[in-house]
Design a protein around this ligand. Structure first.
Ligand code: ZN
Length: 345
């Protein structure tokens, strides 16, 4: 039977995040879906769209107005808090991601961690909180506004440097735990500021990725902290970790968060079987091969595979490459609707 939509995009996303029924599977974007084409369309290019609330809101809105997704998300990168902490930044140009320069970390170790006064008022944090206010005012009745606050593991890469932090986890795990507990208060502060600004949900990227650390690392260093974050931040949280995470999904399913944004390196059916309803899953359309390099037909095949597995919300697996073709992104909601047309009774 043809699909009849009875919910607003926002109701659909919030219901999926809180385990309630939906009229159709939502298409959400826990991480970036902005592309160079969209930047040109609304005259909101990187890096300014990462640093100016009006531009950030305008670019984020295209996720709904141009792509037809059920959510919008104005935090495109992963470095806003790190910039506010004083990390050495490379802001790049329109076609490239801003990054933290890793060779000159601001802190040597956990004892140096200190939240600078005026952290939330730093212009790169204001760019996010104020853009959430704008989106909430303009689209908030209809569309889910998703914010994003970096977890302590990701912050540790930025403030200590990836290599020295990973060495620290081997040399002195207790010191690392103390550092993560201090850094998690940064995640809290920025998360609470976004909730106050009107975020309906928060993505929580914490890059304990499959290619860098083991599943046992997740259990040992992060599970309890993530459970605490899920308790203390009062909106649904969406954990984001890239790569193959099948070996840690059993633990992720116990973290108390609403959802896990998972990568196409994980088989959707196998992932659904492991989490078994304890956490919802969002993802996992491949970026570098499918969305970036192939066409709508291949996108549809991947959407169908996720829909057949019962994945709770459909999305690109991670921040999309900035040169991704619009027709491929637009195909995601189209394919979801077509799947429902075919399968709903
Ligand atoms: Zn990612």
């Amino acid at each position: 039977m043809p699909l009849v939509e009875t919910m607003t995009p926002k109701e659909r996303v919030m219901n999926a995040l809180t385990g309630k029924p939906v009229d159709r599977t939502p298409v959400a974007n826990p991480t970036n879906v902005a592309t160079v084409e969209l930047m040109d369309m609304v005259d909101a290019p990187f890096p300014n769209a990462c640093r100016d609330p009006e531009l950030a809101a305008r670019l984020a809105a295209t996720g709904y107005t141009e792509l037809g997704f059920d959510s919008v998300m104005p935090y495109f990168s992963i470095i806003q808090e790190s910039s506010a902490l004083g990390c050495d930044m490379q802001w790049e140009e329109k076609d490239n991601w801003p990054t933290v320069r890793m060779y000159n970390p601001i802190w040597k170790g956990p004892d140096d961690v200190e939240i600078p006064p005026g952290f939330l008022e730093h212009s790169d944090n204001i760019a996010i909180t104020r853009s959430i206010e704008i989106l909430n005012r303009e689209l908030g009745d209809d569309v889910a506004v998703i914010g994003k606050t970096m977890g302590p593991w990701t912050l540790a890469y930025h403030v200590f440097g990836v290599e020295s932090f990973l060495l620290m986890t081997v040399d002195d795990p207790d010191l690392v735990m103390r550092g993560l507990h201090k850094l998690k208060e940064i995640s809290m502060l920025f998360g609470e500021a976004q909730i106050a600004a009107g975020a309906d949900a928060l993505t929580f990227p914490d890059h304990a990725t499959g290619d860098l650390v083991s599943g046992e690392y997740y259990r040992r260093f992060l599970l309890e902290i993530h459970q605490e974050m899920a308790e203390r931040l009062k909106v649904p949280l969406i954990l984001h970790i890239c790569g193959n995470t099948t070996d840690r999904m059993e633990y992720i399913a116990q973290n108390g968060m609403a959802s896990f944004h998972f990568d196409s390196k994980n088989d959707p059916q196998e992932a659904m079987d492991i989490v078994n309803g304890r956490i919802s899953l969002v993802g996992n359309i491949n970026n570098p091969e499918t969305l970036y390099a192939r066409g709508p037909e291949e996108v549809r095949a991947e959407v169908n595979r996720c829909m057949d597995a019962g994945v709770n919300m459909i999305a690109p697996e991670c921040a999309v490459p900035l040169a991704t073709k619009l027709e491929n992104l637009i195909e995601i909601p189209r394919a979801v609707k077509a799947w429902h047309d075919e399968h709903d009774e």
